[in-house]
Design a protein around this ligand. Structure first.
Ligand code: GLN
Length: 314
């Protein structure tokens, strides 16, 4: 029966990781652990600790080993079916809240999260603004199950705008097929797959779902899904609606260029806490109601041109 201090020492893990595992299994704070180094570990506690430590030593991320990760002040369940929520993505939530808060009252803001994964963004938005109607889409049924479980756990059943609408959909395809069902949104947000096919960071991310990192069809520059979203999103937005996208540390210029080519207005990028341009966005390109026939003709030919351009760079 090892003493707590000896187990921590012998675990082969950084001290903090070992202490986090002990907290998860015994429910003891780090201060309690330090105060009782002589505590004898036994039985199922010891078995669980050894099993969790072995997974960490094998390189599995702590969030999967613990089955949870904090995001935007909420504790999310995570499984290997979903990307582990990153602090960088909290900026996307902040920016979406700013856009939703700027809408004229008394509207019920509507936001759509495409590629929701664990549901971190959708649930954080729904949690922060009770009156906002939130839809969340994902191509993966198992990811949607995780997202739905998080919504059940973290949102109060009394939320004014009801539960989040979860829809299995490869990007916007389900909304397109049943266009009566989907309203137009005030804001579309996404943390899509954006890691390039041969990115040197991929081996370090091997435990996370490839679908969430490189996407269904991995691309040389990692931008294929972002191109797709930028080309489609306007069909699901109000005329003044916003599209906000997370992207890689070196992709801001390319994403702004794509938005501009597709006619998005007020295109911008925002920096995360590390000072990296991490989110880019813009406002819906074609104000349908207010367009004169000449403008419509012009924007249609623009769209054709940009489509050709896109086909060339895909
Ligand atoms: N931010 C993740 C990483 O690079 C990637 C997430 C994504 O592709 N959406 O580790």
């Amino acid at each position: 029966m090892p003493r707590l201090a000896d187990w921590t020492q012998a675990s082969g893990l950084p001290r903090l990781d070992a202490q986090v595992l002990v907290s998860a299994v015994l429910g003891w704070s780090r201060a309690q652990q330090l105060a009782h180094p002589e505590y004898a570990l036994r039985g199922t506690d010891l078995e669980r600790l050894d099993a969790l430590a072995a997974r960490l030593r094998a390189g599995e991320p702590l969030a999967y080993v613990l089955g949870e990760r904090e995001f935007y002040g909420l504790m999310f369940r995570v499984t290997p079916d979903v990307l582990i929520p990153r602090p960088d993505t909290e900026l996307l939530v902040e920016l979406a809240l700013q856009k939703l808060d700027a809408l004229p009252p008394p509207s019920t803001p509507r936001v759509l999260d495409v590629g929701t994964g664990s549901g971190a963004i959708a649930v954080a938005l729904a949690h922060a603004r009770a009156r906002t109607e939130v839809w969340a889409l994902d191509a993966s049924a198992s990811a949607l199950a995780v997202a739905q479980a998080n919504a059940w756990r973290l949102l109060s059943p009394q939320r004014a705008a009801g539960a989040i609408r979860f829809v299995q959909s490869d990007w916007f395809s389900a909304l397109r097929h049943d266009s009566n069902a989907a309203p137009r949104f005030d804001c579309i947000v996404s943390n899509p797959p954006y890691v390039a096919q041969h990115d040197p960071h991929l081996p370090a991310l091997r435990h996370e779902p490839a679908l969430a990192l490189t996407g269904q069809r991995p691309s040389a520059d990692g931008l294929d899904d972002i191109r797709h979203i930028i080309a489609q999103a306007a069909d699901f937005l109000h005329d003044s609606g916003w599209l906000l996208l997370e992207h890689g540390f070196d992709q801001a210029d390319a994403v702004r260029a794509l938005l501009t080519v597709h006619g998005w207005r007020a295109v911008f990028s925002a920096r995360d806490l590390a000072g990296i341009e991490r989110i880019s966005g813009g406002q819906c390109p074609h104000p349908r109601q207010m367009q004169s026939p000449r403008k419509i003709a012009r924007s249609t030919s623009n769209r054709k041109r940009s489509h050709v351009q896109r086909a060339g760079t895909d």
